[in-house]
Design a protein around this ligand. Structure first.
Ligand code: ADP
Ligand code: ZN
Ligand code: ZN
Length: 764
């Protein structure tokens, strides 16, 4: 197919990406026009000469041929920074499926009329006893925000204002009040000259171990030799990966290069930030969800202007337009938050590799529990693998007990705590040490049903059961729908409408009953509706204002509590029962991470894993902290079932207002693939024997599963149908996606939407 038409956007002014206009590519410019190239075109009635960017090219047009104007010239200066961002957007669109506009919006920063972000610093004005006394006063008056600031200033004389605002979550008024009290002073501007003057010599410079040195030298050596690669650093939490990242970035900066450091949002803690600030000063900045659009844009402007060397942030920081990108680091690369949940549903790991190859930069992936994908590629030699074993310093891996809950029941123990866990909690309380109890389950899943007829109370808008909450309310976790709990069953009228309590609330209650006087903090979707409440709970626990922290998986990520010596996992296998090919991997990762929370300080840690399936390989290997053993079993299963990474999988999700419409569309789409499969087999007859065999082979290995109703068949009154396509070659799936996109475009769908998800993190 000759691609003789180009979509050109005249004005990419960030704030609103304009609609593209189609132009003809004149034959003499064929081959020079592709996405990202700057071109000149005649525009509007007067055919004014305007410059624009090519964002897409295609072989067909929806306009009458005679109305299309031609591109007049190609800008000969090569691809600009803007152009290379458009190329990334184009790649996202092709690779993951979305409109070009959606892809551009993902990549390009949002511009807003904004005032220049002020750079301010906060300096402490009190020392020793006086400061301690001020802190005591604040604590006495329960001025927790003030206390947080003073605490931070105890360790550092000077801190960036923004750091305090964002990471400590302190309001400007609070800082102003502290200034009035004479505890600190706020100064503007100086930030630029001498931004993060942490008390001199504060950074604890460590001498890299032999392993650390080897990794740094390898990455930098390859880079200097003009052979930047992708590297996977496998090392347990505390093995010194961050030191490796710091070392690599430092060398890159020396070569005049910049670095992007990706961290899952939830793990982007104050401590981590401070480590980077201490090493690199004001040449480091952060992009995360707590920044305003204006602040975000300002960071991007600084990056472009070479005012920054390092940007730290979650997924979206990947698109920071550094002029001389040297390395992209993806910490905790296994985290599912690296996959975008809206279209284009890109994965930051793969996108990092793509962006790095465009800039001839290196990619360093790090994890204690690498994703099956990354480890598989490393084993195949696509990535260079480095193993870091053991923790630094005194802290050792914890001792793990796996408890069979069926045995407990046989022994007559009906409590949520096994005897072992109860005993160990008791000991911790006596010793004044902290524990964390982790319920492997999202939210609070206590559904309500009728004991007489079995009717389950469901959300009228979603295909999910409602959850019971304190105060006799029933809540839908998908759409927020709420209703008063009925007194009797709406179907049979029986009075026995009861809730199945299971979840963090129940555990909290059980703790109060079993250990009178215990101080418990609870952290789950209910208690952390806002980001502040999340940080409040964490800092309260860090300040030892509670003995036990109970929570869902959000408590196992990233946070360092040196005084936690016991971690209990209450229902380790709940996540195994999800009908999902990644369930085993997710369970292993969660358990390994949870176990890693115990004994981070000098005291040894213990872990109790309670489960109904102690023999499951995810649990067995997690208990032994044996990644290799887990990986071997997992990859055998993926290979057998042709799941990623052994093959690739495309999920096509169709949502519709009317159930029948969605069902019909999903069937039609599956039929399109089927027809295409046959047609391609036949038309291959015109090709050479070799390509014919190849085409046939390609289609033969295609598997279509479904269409069927999604496992949650309705959300927010939208019906959901899904089908899956599996194939070993990713590009074959991209072609199928193109065919389906084309088909849907022709159909001009109104009340239906189609989403594509390559190698999905969850099944639908
Ligand atoms: P990870 O990122 O793998 O969790 P870190 O890099 O945070 O590990 O290291 C864990 C702890 O060990 C940190 O306190 C760090 O300062 C310390 N550490 C790391 N490498 C060394 C080293 N070579 N010598 C001394 N201490 C080190
Ligand atoms: Zn009933
Ligand atoms: Zn709902």
């Amino acid at each position: 197919m000759v691609k003789q038409y180009a979509d050109v956007i005249i004005d990419i002014s960030h704030d609103k990406v304009d609609r593209p206009f189609q132009y003809r590519i004149p034959p003499e410019l064929a081959g020079e026009v592709y996405p990202g190239v700057r071109v000149h075109v005649p525009f509007g009635k007067g055919n004014l000469d305007k410059a624009g960017y090519v964002v897409d090219i295609s072989g067909h047009t929806d306009y009458p041929e005679e109305k299309i104007k031609s591109i007049t010239a190609v800008d000969g200066k090569g691809i600009t920074a803007q152009g290379s961002q458009i190329q990334v957007a184009y790649w996202l669109k092709r690779q993951y499926g979305s409109t070009m506009i959606a892809a551009l919006k993902t990549v390009l920063p949002v511009k807003q009329k904004l005032k220049q972000l002020e750079h301010r610093k906060v300096t402490r004005c009190m020392e020793g006893e006086a400061l301690l006394e001020a802190l005591r006063q604040c604590e006495k008056k329960h001025q927790t925000a003030k206390a947080r600031v003073l605490q931070a200033l105890m360790t550092d004389e000077v801190l960036p204002y923004e750091l305090i605002r964002q990471k400590l979550n302190v309001a400007p008024a609070t800082l102003a009040a502290l200034e009035k009290q004479g505890c600190l002073k706020i100064e503007a501007e100086a930030y630029y000259r001498n931004p993060v003057k942490c008390a001199p010599g504060e950074e604890k410079r460590v001498i890299p171990s032999r392993t650390q040195q080897e990794i740094i030298e390898n990455v930098i050596g390859d880079y200097r030799a003009g052979k930047p690669g992708t590297y996977l650093v496998h090392g347990v939490t505390g093995s010194g990966k961050t030191e490796v990242y710091l070392g690599i970035i430092e060398q890159m900066i020396r070569m005049g290069k910049q670095a992007i450091m990706l961290i899952p949002e939830i793990a982007l803690t104050y401590q981590t930030l401070l480590r980077f600030y201490r090493r690199f000063g004001d040449r480091v900045s952060v992009i995360n969800s707590s920044l305003s659009q204006g602040e975000k844009y300002d960071q991007i402007r600084r990056a472009k202007a070479r005012e920054l060397d390092v940007i730290i942030g979650p997924r979206s920081a990947l698109f920071t337009p550094f002029p001389d990108l040297g390395v992209i680091i993806v910490d905790e690369e296994h985290e599912s938050s690296y996959k975008s949940e809206s279209m284009p549903k890109y994965h930051a790991r793969e996108t990092a590799v793509q962006i790095a190859s465009m800039h001839r930069a290196s990619v360093v992936l790090g994890s204690a529990t690498p994703s099956t994908e990354a480890y598989y590629r490393a084993k195949k030699g696509e990535y260079k693998l480095f193993e870091m074993t053991g923790r630094h310093g005194a802290s050792r891996l914890p001792r793990v007990y796996t408890i069979d809950l069926r045995e407990e029941l046989k022994q007559g123990n009906r409590s949520v705590f096994s005897r072992k866990l109860r005993e160990l909690i008791g000991r911790r309380l006596q010793a004044g040490e902290q524990s964390m109890l982790f319920l492997n389950r999202r939210g609070y899943a206590g559904f309500v049903s009728c004991r007489a007829c079995g009717h389950v109370m469901k959300c009228p808008h979603c295909d999910v059961s409602l959850s019971e909450h304190r105060g006799n309310m029933l809540l839908c976790h998908y759409c927020g729908y709420e209703e008063q709990r009925a007194a009797s069953c709406p179907v049979c009228g029986s009075k026995y409408l009861l809730g199945f309590k299971a979840g963090t609330e129940q555990i909290e209650e059980a703790l109060y009953k079993e250990f009178p006087g215990v101080r418990v903090l609870r952290m789950d979707a209910d208690t952390t509706k806002s980001k502040e409440s999340y940080e409040k709970i964490l800092s309260a626990f860090a300040d030892k204002r509670a003995d036990i922290l109970v929570g869902t998986q959000m408590i196992v990520k990233g946070h360092d509590f040196p005084d936690v010596t016991l971690v209990g996992v209450l229902a380790a296998d709940l996540s195994l029962n999800q009908n999902d090919y990644r369930a085993g991997e997710r369970t292993f990762q969660l358990l390994t991470q949870a176990a890693g929370r115990a004994g981070r300080g000098d005291k040894p840690g213990e872990v109790v894993i309670q489960t109904y399936q102690p023999e499951h390989y995810s649990i067995v290997h997690a208990a032994m902290q044996d990644y290799q053993g887990f990986y071997e079993e997992e990859i055998t299963y993926r290979e057998l079932m042709q799941y990623p990474p052994a093959a690739h999988m495309l999920a096509v999700l169709i949502t519709s207002r009317q159930q029948e419409q969605g069902e019909a569309l999903s069937r039609e789409m599956a039929a399109v693939i089927d027809a295409r499969m046959r047609a391609d087999g036949e038309s291959a007859g015109e090709d050479t024997a070799e390509t014919k065999a190849e085409t046939e082979k390609a289609w033969q290995r295609l598997q279509v599963i479904g269409p069927a109703e999604a496992s949650i068949s309705k959300i927010n009154d939208q019906y959901r149908h899904v089908f899956y396509i599996k194939h070993p070659d990713y590009q074959v799936l991209v072609r199928i996606k193109d065919i389906l996109e084309h088909f849907c475009k022709e159909k001009e769908l109104k009340n239906q939407t189609v989403q594509y998800d390559f190698d999905p993190m969850n099944t639908y």
